[in-house]
Each structure stands twice: as C-alpha cells, then as structure tokens.
Design a protein around this ligand. Structure first.
Ligand SMILES: C[S@@+](CC[C@H](N)C(=O)[O-])C[C@H]1O[C@@H](n2cnc3c(N)ncnc32)[C@H](O)[C@@H]1O
Length: 214
C-alpha cells in the first residue's frame, strides 16, 4: 500500500513536471554518457532492438533510433509520450514505438530486446519495487544483452545533508545509489562493463553499462 501511494505522488509530480515543462532533466538533448554507451553497443548487437524504460519526452529513444536501433519506449505519463512522439517527428526519427505503460509491468514478450536503457527511472522507484523492476528487465532482455543505467549518486546536490539514501522532493521519491549499491542490486545477473560517475555542478549520477550474464 505504501508503494502504491508513493507511486501516486510520483505520478502527480511527473504530470506537473511535463505540464509546466519545468523539470531538471534534458528535454531534447540526450545525456552524452548514454549516447557514448549506445554508440559503442551499436556494432555489437545483432538485432539492434532497444527498450527505453521511463522514456519521458523521448530524447534517448530518438538518439537510439537515429543510430539505427529499432526502439520501443515506455513511460507511464501520457503527456510525456505525446511530447516524445512530437519530438520524434520533429527530429525525423523513424522506427520508434512509444507506449504508455509501467516499468514494473512491461508489456513485451520474453527476450525481445538486445539493449534496455534506463536514464532516471529506477531512482524514482521505492526499494520495495526493485524486485519487480529487475524481474521485468530480466524477462524482456536477451541473455548476453546490455543494460544502460543512469541513477542519482550521493553527490547529487539535492541529496546533500540527507542522512538517508533517499528523500522526497515535490512529492517525488528519489534514491541515491553508490557504486556498491548498483553492483549489489545487479551484479548477480549483470557484468559491469563500465561505471562512470558524473560529478560537478550538473552531476551526481552513476552511468553504468552492464552486460547480462548468459
Ligand atoms: C527523470 S525522468 C527521465 C525521463 C527520460 N528517461 C529522460 O532521460 O529524459 C523519469 C521518467 O520516468 C517515468 N517513470 C517513473 N516511474 C515509472 C514507472 N514505474 N513506469 C513508467 N515510467 C515511469 C516518469 O514519468 C518520467 O518520465
């Protein structure tokens, strides 16, 4: 129950964020960390099917489609999906299927993706939802497939001064992950190919490229 009401508060926060357009993450410009990982993956994955989980306004889905991936992108906020479709048209990005839906209940068949990307979705999930989140990723990602993850690190400015590894701001839940947290959650199922910490004024993130163990 606690998770459900927390999720409601998250949804309210994201609805408002997309309505006002005042949110702290990029709108059309993708994260250079994610772009760099995807460029390196493109020649390695045969089918090239990529899922963007919590895609927001689609900046990474669009970047991936431009690189030649066949993309599905999902977010539970309908306004984000509408915007993502508009931006995809504006940027003439082809081959993206945008869907409204929940990362904790992904509507895709088993092993349907070569790459799953999450830039900023996991760190809004309560710890009680991590199991469902991971089960969903593992169900849709092929063995040997890649997982690209960006999450808040404790260096994120909103975290400063907090005694817990999470906090609520504007109703939204935010969790701050150390490198060890990421390895603890995903290490059994994924090999960490590379983990980069983004620091500095706009920073406070871990960017991880992981490969699913066969
Ligand atoms: C910080 S935003 C990042 C958006 C996008 N990935 C980007 O980098 O621009 C997090 C996104 O995750 C979505 N989200 C959060 N929890 C979700 C869930 N359980 N299922 C689907 N989408 C979710 C929110 O609606 C929001 O669009």
């Amino acid at each position: 129950m606690a998770t459900l009401s927390a999720d409601k508060a998250n949804r309210r926060y994201f609805r408002q964020a997309y309505r006002t357009g005042r949110h702290g993450w990029g709108t059309e410009e993708p994260s250079p960390y994610a772009v760099d990982f995807l460029k390196r993956l493109r020649p390695l994955v045969s089918g090239g099917r990529l899922l963007d989980v919590g895609c927001g306004e689609g900046r990474h889905a669009i970047a991936a489609a431009k690189m030649g991936f066949e993309v599905a992108a999902i977010d539970y906020e309908p306004l984000a999906i509408r915007r993502a479709k508009q931006f995809a048209r504006k940027h003439r990005a082809k081959g993206i299927t945008f869907l409204q839906g929940n990362a904790l209940d992904l509507p895709f068949p088993r092993m349907s993706f070569d790459v799953v990307l999450d830039c900023g979705c996991l760190h809004h999930q309560r710890k009680s939802a991590w199991g469902a989140y991971k089960t969903n990723i593992l169900r849709v990602l092929k063995p040997g497939g890649f997982y690209v993850l960006s999450v808040f690190s404790p260096r994120f400015r909103l975290f400063e001064g907090s005694r817990r590894p999470w906090h609520l701001a504007h109703g939204a839940y935010r969790r701050y992950f150390t490198r060890e947290d990421v390895l603890r959650i995903f290490g059994k199922d994924f090999e960490a190919v590379e983990m980069l910490e983004e620091t500095g004024s706009g920073g406070g993130f871990w960017h991880a490229l992981m490969k699913r163990r066969p």
